[in-house]
Design a protein around this ligand. Structure first.
Ligand code: FMN
Length: 283
């Protein structure tokens, strides 16, 4: 049953799922599922896996890019090594004419992930993007601070999502409506400033308001796309595509995780929410 939300265990299964989505007029962003890591060997192994993934997916001409989580490369125990690994991945993606998205993790990672992004953006301005989370109180001011690195020739590229981690009230909005309002405020900021925006949500209310803002700001097609997780709300996904908007699906796959999570998760109405949690929260 988890096959609905995870493309499989191997690169080959990830490829198959991605090609299928490509045929249905969707792009992908491919994510290798990882577990909590503690050693440099594990960080290195994850880097090598990503290089292999980029090699295979570009060789097979999948239309898409790659998403990664910096903690899989040692962000929390050695940010310099983490930077070196991710730089190597981005450099390889550049050679393959591709793009790497840095996922945003829990609030203890945010400063480091922004710093990482800034460094990489400086060197590879067209090939790296970051995620921002509308539930964080700091997000709009982070975007304002990053604005100085934005230009018409090398626009910043963000994925906007609500945020999935359990955060204290001090750092994150807790109220559902409040998170939605901040999402729209952040989205408006991104559109107003001409930044490239991945609208990552399955929330119909946000999707409809995004349509309204796209219209209002006359956002050109190459400046935005919708993004959804593999297997989640396929009907809404199709409605967005039918309206002529670009859609990118986040395709997760991986071996250890797959075994682990299928044991842990039970099929129930909150399945999608549980899966999303399990995709982003390790340990
Ligand atoms: N949540 C994060 O905290 N960090 C991420 O990097 C992240 N990436 C996401 C990518 C995509 C394509 C989507 C659809 C969601 C992502 N999420 C991420 C999860 C969202 O923050 C959110 O928890 C989830 O989409 C449920 O909210 P929704 O009702 O707006 O869909």
């Amino acid at each position: 049953f988890s096959k609905r939300y995870i493309a499989g265990e191997t690169i080959e299964e990830g490829l198959l799922a991605s090609k299928f989505l490509n045929q249905k007029n969707m792009e992908v962003t491919v994510d290798l599922l990882g577990e909590f890591i503690e050693t440099q060997q594990e960080a290195e192994a994850n880097k090598n896996q990503y290089l292999e993934i980029i090699e295979r997916f570009t060789e097979e001409k999948v239309t898409g890019n790659f998403s990664l989580k910096p903690t899989m490369f040692g962000l929390l125990f050695d940010k310099e090594i983490c930077y070196t690994h991710i730089r190597e991945i981005v450099k390889f993606a550049v050679e393959k004419n591709s793009f790497v998205r840095i996922d945003m993790e829990d609030s203890q990672c945010v400063d480091r992930e922004i710093e990482l992004f800034q460094k990489l953006h400086k060197e590879f301005p067209k090939n790296v993007g970051l995620v921002v989370q509308s539930y964080l109180r700091r997000t709009l001011s982070d975007l304002e601070a990053l604005k100085e690195f934005h230009s018409e020739n090398t626009p910043l590229n963000f994925r906007l999502c609500k945020g999935i981690y359990v955060e204290p009230e001090k750092v994150a909005f807790k109220n559902y409506e409040e998170i939605r309002q901040h999402y729209l405020e952040d989205l408006e900021f991104l559109f107003k400033n001409g930044m490239i925006t991945g609208i990552a949500t399955h929330d119909k209310f946000l999707v409809e308001n995004a349509f309204r803002l796209i219209e209002q700001y006359q956002v050109p097609k190459e400046r935005y796309e919708f993004q959804m997780l593999y297997g989640v709300t396929p009907e809404l996904r199709q409605q967005i595509i039918d309206k002529g908007h670009r859609m990118r699906v986040y395709v997760p796959f991986g071996k250890h995780w797959f075994n682990y999570s299928t044991r842990r998760l039970k099929e129930n109405p909150k399945m999608a929410q549980q899966i999303i949690k399990a995709l982003f929260i390790r340990g």
